[in-house]
Design a protein around this ligand. Structure first.
Ligand code: SF4
Ligand code: SF4
Ligand code: SF4
Length: 272
């Protein structure tokens, strides 16, 4: 039973968030929202433990489609980084600010970049592309993420400073156009660099939050050096070019792991 501890912990963490927000914000939606996400993630981890091959993809689709279609398109909440800035500037702790606090700022202190492995609706599509493992070494163009980060901030700041009317409507269109752009750039880059996750590695502005916070992550894949035979299989299958045999938390390595567990599956010595 000990092996099922992780899905139970995840469920408890999400239920704690769901109940706290439901009671403090007096809004039943938070109970439904975080319970749904918690149950989806825990079920995925449970399926993974049961060695179901597509466990991660199931969670990606359950959470990613819910956020993109239900929250984004039907409820018209901009859950992208522009939505985060928007709610931050209005001083309201709602929707995108809560989402960012849980999934991308404080949550990574516990589950690292689990968001990127199991819930992101951009990666949900990119992971269907043919280059599941990078065919080339990592490029030194990660600075682009800071540019996209600043552009998103300036875009929303200008709307506020110029007192633009109906910013909420603009936020919805920003969500639609932003997503189309992300998918287009992500797909083009994946084919150009032969790497499904090129967008994540070089362009995504959210990594500006995710990387420093996941540096301190409680949940990590660690290598047992006594068992490891340096066969290199884990590095070969890693989507994110992580050298998982290096247990340090180095920014360029340790903060890239998305906890997909492909390395663990590939390890012949159960060293991970
Ligand atoms: S790096 Fe960005 S696009 Fe990639 S999975 Fe994470 S949040 Fe999604
Ligand atoms: S393959 Fe291993 S090291 Fe690479 S991202 Fe997945 S869990 Fe992390
Ligand atoms: S796959 Fe396992 S044994 Fe091989 S290098 Fe990685 S951790 Fe070591």
């Amino acid at each position: 039973m000990k092996k099922y501890l992780m899905p139970v912990i995840m469920l408890i963490v999400f239920e704690a968030v769901a109940i706290t927000l439901w009671l403090t914000k007096d809004n039943l939606f938070y109970l439904f929202n975080f319970s749904y996400i918690g149950i989806s993630i825990s079920s995925g981890i449970f399926l993974f433990i049961r060695k179901y091959k597509h466990a991660r993809r199931v969670v990606q689709l359950l959470v990613g489609l819910y956020m993109l279609v239900y929250l984004g398109l039907i409820s018209q909440e901009n859950m992208q980084i522009e939505g985060f800035w928007y709610y931050l500037f209005t001083g309201v702790f709602e929707a995108a600010t809560i989402h960012y606090a849980v999934a991308k700022i404080f949550g990574p202190l516990i589950f690292g970049r689990g968001w990127c492995g199991y819930a992101c609706w951009t990666a949900m599509v990119l992971d269907f592309l043919p280059y599941k493992t990078p065919k080339q070494p990592r490029r030194k163009i990660g600075w682009i993420r800071y540019v996209t980060f600043v552009v998103s901030l300036v875009f929303v700041a200008v709307l506020f400073l110029t007192h633009t009317a109906d910013i909420e409507r603009i936020m919805f269109w920003a969500f639609l156009i932003g997503n189309i752009l992300y998918y287009a750039v992500g797909i083009i880059l994946a084919f150009a660099f032969k790497d499904n996750r090129a967008f994540c590695k070089y362009i995504c502005p959210i990594t500006v939050f995710l990387k420093p916070m996941s540096y301190f992550s409680l949940i990590r894949v660690k290598c047992n050096k006594d068992k490891c035979i340096n066969c290199g299989k884990c590095k070969k299958v890693c989507l994110m070019n992580v050298d998982v045999t290096d247990n340090s938390r180095k920014r360029l390595n340790g903060t890239e792991c998305i906890l997909c567990m492909e390395c663990k599956k590939a390890c012949p010595k159960d060293a991970l």
